[in-house]
Write a protein that binds this ligand. Structure first.
Ligand code: URP
Ligand code: ZN
Ligand code: ZN
Ligand code: ZN
Length: 467
């Protein structure tokens, strides 16, 4: 039987292996891997390129309700266009109920918003902010069983932060239904205390966002989240780890036998609090939580990526427009850092930054890149073996990379809805030149192909908690 498409001569990379091979694609799946495969109806010459599993970004925020008058800069069309242009084929956004909405209604609303809009596949995590009997007793179990097998709980943000008891109650539901809990670990009371003090002293500039969320705030919450998970007897993922002390908490827990997974993001290896310390309001462009730290912490995070402390490298894409009163320039934001919406855009630049800073600079292998960018995300969040690897029987989700392509990151070249990138002027070597979603080229040489948005929602299985 002929192949629909054959990719010729690329260096094929998986989390376990690398070698030059042809990839035969049929009916949207990888049908064969080998040398000199018979001709396909479509032939893609990929000599000199690297074929990587399409990126799975398991931490993105799309069209998420963000408070009165605040709007995220991306809908599903623009976020997934940006993702595809950055070599991704699946993204996992968070589903947060608007005020007055149940979690179940929020998931329905997200499905409606995503339908026929996506250039990558999508699957939704659940944010648990209400811990009422309806949510814990009915909505959560039903939604988990319907393929939304991961949830996020917050230890910070007014209106989202849960108490320790509430977190334990959520853990209990996750345990009963084999869902994986992601924890945002920062101590809200400590932040509130520091924020009040900073404001009382007239320290209201964007930099004080970072100053009022010091390492101890994150380290303490990381320790507590892990302890609560041990008490409830559940695995967990600590998301967006920014510093070495929190990483040490994770290492200690693993040494005790705890099942703790760890995620970090491009901002924690490339940005620092100094970026928030700029003239005028420019620093607002870098306000995210946890905040970027300093070069010492960046080096510690790199060590964690090299040594295997981190399982996941995600973007935490959370896009707001800068010059916009519905975004970073929200009412009151210039008067106090407290009012600046938290989050930065990065779904398109995540993988080029890791490739350039990690693979090209010799810090991580291509196999480790595949694990950190796709394979581990797919396994941990119930998308494997369909997603996350170049293997016979898997979806033909593949990014072809030119490892020698040098680019300077520019807002003008990106596809997200935000009006800036925190990495303006950042130079990288290596960029994806083609992205195939289930065998269809959705991006070629930096442009969407114009093919109908073919992304779909993927109902997930249970997490594979042994990576
Ligand atoms: O500042 C951030 N990271 N905003 C996104 C929401 C979150 O906490 O992940
Ligand atoms: Zn060739
Ligand atoms: Zn978070
Ligand atoms: Zn996030």
């Amino acid at each position: 039987m002929t192949f629909d498409t054959v990719i010729r001569g690329a260096r094929v990379v998986t989390a376990a292996d690398t070698g030059v091979a042809d990839v035969g694609i049929r009916d949207g799946q990888i049908a064969a891997l080998g040398m000199q495969l018979p001709a396909g109806r479509e032939e893609i010459d990929a000599h000199g390129l690297i074929a990587l599993p399409g990126g799975v970004d398991s931490h993105v925020h799309i069209a998420q309700p963000s408070g009165e008058g605040i709007e995220m800069a991306d809908d599903f069309a623009s976020a997934t266009a940006s993702a595809a242009c950055g070599g991704n084929t699946t993204v996992l956004p968070f589903c947060l109920p608007k005020p007055g909405m149940s979690l179940r209604e929020a998931v329905q609303d997200y499905h409606a918003q995503a339908k026929d809009q996506c250039h990558t596949d999508v699957s939704f995590h659940l944010i648990v902010k209400d811990v009422d009997p309806q949510t814990l007793g009915q909505d959560l179990p039903a939604l988990i069983e319907a393929g939304h097998s991961s949830l996020k709980v917050f230890m910070t943000y007014k209106g989202l932060a849960l108490s320790d008891r509430q977190i334990l109650d959520v853990f209990e539901v996750a345990k009963r239904h084999d869902a994986l809990v992601m924890v945002h670990a920062e101590n809200e009371d400590a932040i509130e205390y520091l924020r009040d003090r900073a404001e009382a002293q007239g320290n209201t500039a964007p930099l004080y966002h970072a100053r009022t969320r010091p390492l101890a705030v994150e380290r303490e919450a990381t320790h507590r989240a892990i302890a609560l998970a041990e008490i409830a007897g559940v695995p967990l993922t600590i998301v967006h780890v920014s510093n070495g002390e929190s990483m040490e908490e994770i290492r200690h827990a693993r040494a005790r036998g705890s099942l703790v997974f760890a995620e970090t993001c491009p901002q924690y290896i490339t940005l620092s609090a100094a970026d928030l310390d700029q003239a005028g309001f420019e620093g607002a462009k870098y306000v995210c939580s946890p905040p970027p730290r300093d070069t010492t912490e960046q080096a510690r995070i790199w060590a964690g990526l090299e040594q295997g402390v981190f399982d996941l490298f995600s973007s935490d894409h959370c896009p707001f427009r800068f010059a916009d009163s519905a975004g970073k320039d929200a009412p009151g934001a210039r008067a106090s850092f407290r009012n600046i919406p938290n989050g930065i855009p990065g779904v398109e630049t995540r993988l080029p930054i890791l490739f350039s800073e990690g693979v090209v600079k010799g810090r991580i292998s291509l196999q480790r890149f595949a694990a950190l960018s796709a394979t581990n995300h797919a396994r941990l969040y119930g998308l494997a073996p369909r997603k996350g690897s170049i293997a016979v029987g898997a979806d033909a989700d593949i990014a072809l990379w030119d490892p020698t392509l040098r680019r300077t990151i520019r807002q003008a070249d990106l596809h997200h809805g935000s009006d800036y990138t925190p990495w303006e002027g950042f130079e990288v070597t290596g960029w994806p030149v083609r992205t195939l979603l289930r065998g269809v080229s959705v991006m070629i040489d930096g442009a969407l192909t114009g093919t109908r948005a073919g992304g779909t929602h993927i109902a997930r299985g249970k997490p594979e908690i042994r990576l």
